[in-house]
Design a protein around this ligand. Structure first.
Ligand SMILES: Nc1ncnc2c1ncn2[C@@H]1O[C@H](COP(=O)(O)OP(=O)(O)OP(=O)(O)O)[C@@H](O)[C@H]1O
Ligand SMILES: [Mg+2]
Length: 360
């Protein structure tokens, strides 16, 4: 277990700057997930922690010790990649032993560590197989086994589950999480996947174009996104946004079509402000007595819930409905926004404005 401190870290590839001064404090034993759009710098940051990329400026410390100049092998870190990078000609046991053999660990200790990791990961029956004779999920477990035997201070994962099918992903997600709970090792985990980030993280770091947008617990980011970017990035289906001007007397939001949308209470000091009103799909209620009339454009049943795309005053909104209801394209539905669940962002800067979305 170890803490990792990233201070004002920058990365340039020649004249191109891709990480612009990132600060992240990772505590002992914490499970930290890095998320962000493709190309935002997640892998670059992870590779800098591992020592596989030179740090252009700033410092990375592990357990309080600056490691900028340390070789990857001296950082006591194990990295699991998306493509697993197993040696095809070696058996599972050899793949797992390899790093320890390089480190000149004695044979009996290697066997003991490999057996222990194999037991944790359910790999005992597979130790004599080659990678080509394994399923994707089994290969993934070997890659993790290879990391575990080294008993590192920090695990780094770069999208380790993205090659797996949906069912296996769910199973491996639970396995990695429970492994973390048992070993207590600090983890930095990169993913594209919303659900992975929300379910696995103690703390999520949202990156965008080489900068940190927000750091917080999954529910902090979900309930109180600091800006429009985070609000739109965290949550699936994504938050709805409607741009408009807040009218006096709590009348609502004047939208592009000129119509007024009733949005619930907002601070009176924001009257006249151009804003983006944000509402999550599950906070749009379809019910008699709803303030808005909305026309149904798309109905997407998923089984457990239904996503309904509606048009309200020229604005497209997605509502998530958990009850079974007879809804068809072309219907007109009364909808309402759940009180206390609105988010308001400055239309120009995207910054959150003074309303609280109460968490439930
Ligand atoms: N060797 C390199 N030379 C120049 N630019 C690079 C190099 N490696 C990465 N980049 C650039 O750095 C930026 C960050 O890349 P990085 O691989 O860290 O993104 P990422 O967040 O991991 O994306 P993805 O989700 O697609 O894996 C990208 O714009 C990429 O094009
Ligand atoms: Mg990447």
């Amino acid at each position: 277990m170890a803490s990792v401190t990233i201070s004002n870290v920058r990365k340039n590839y020649g004249a191109v700057s891709v990480i612009h001064g990132v600060d992240i404090d990772i505590l002992h034993g914490e499970f930290v997930v890095l998320v962000g759009p493709s190309g935002c710098g997640k892998s670059t940051l992870l590779r800098m922690i591992a020592g596989l990329e030179v740090i252009s400026a700033g410092t990375i410390s592990i357990e309080g010790k600056v490691v900028n100049q340390l070789e990857p092998k001296d950082r006591d870190i194990a990295m699991v990649f998306q493509n697993y990078a197993l040696y095809p000609q070696m058996t599972v046991a050899q793949n797992m032993s390899f790093a320890l053999e390089l480190a000149k660990v004695d044979k009996a200790t290697i066997k003991q560590k490999v057996d222990a990791a194999a037991a944790i990961l359910g790999l005992e029956p597979l130790l004599d197989r080659k990678p080509a004779q394994l399923s994707g999920g089994q290969r993934q477990r070997v890659a993790m086994g290879r990391a575990i035997v080294r008993n590192p201070k920090v695990f780094l994962f770069d999208e380790p589950l993205s090659n797996l099918d949906a069912k296996l992903r769910v199973a491996m997600r639970a396995e990695i999480k429970s492994l973390h709970q048992r070993l207590g090792t600090t983890v930095v985990y990169v993913t594209h996947d919303q659900i992975e980030a929300m379910t696995m993280a103690d703390k999520i770091v949202v990156l965008n174009a080489g900068r940190v947008e927000q750091i917080g617990t999954p529910l902090e980011l979900y309930d109180r996104p600091i800006n429009r970017f985070v609000a739109g990035f965290i949550g699936s289906p994504a938050m709805n946004f409607v741009r408009g001007t807040l009218l006096p007397g709590q009348a609502g939001l004047k939208v592009a079509s000129g119509a007024v949308m009733v949005i619930g209470a907002y601070p009176s000091e924001l009257v006249g402000h151009e804003v983006e009103f944000g509402i999550r799909p599950e906070h749009i209620q379809v019910a008699d007595g709803g303030d808005l009339q909305a026309r149904v454009e798309v109905v997407e049943p998923t089984g457990s819930e239904t996503h309904v795309v509606v048009d309200a005053y020229g604005e497209k909104l997605v509502a998530l409905i958990r009850r079974r209801m007879p809804i068809s394209v072309g219907d007109t539905l009364p909808i309402a926004f759940e009180e206390g669940q609105a988010h308001l962002f400055d239309a120009e800067s995207g910054k959150r404005l003074g309303v609280e979305a109460s968490s439930c």
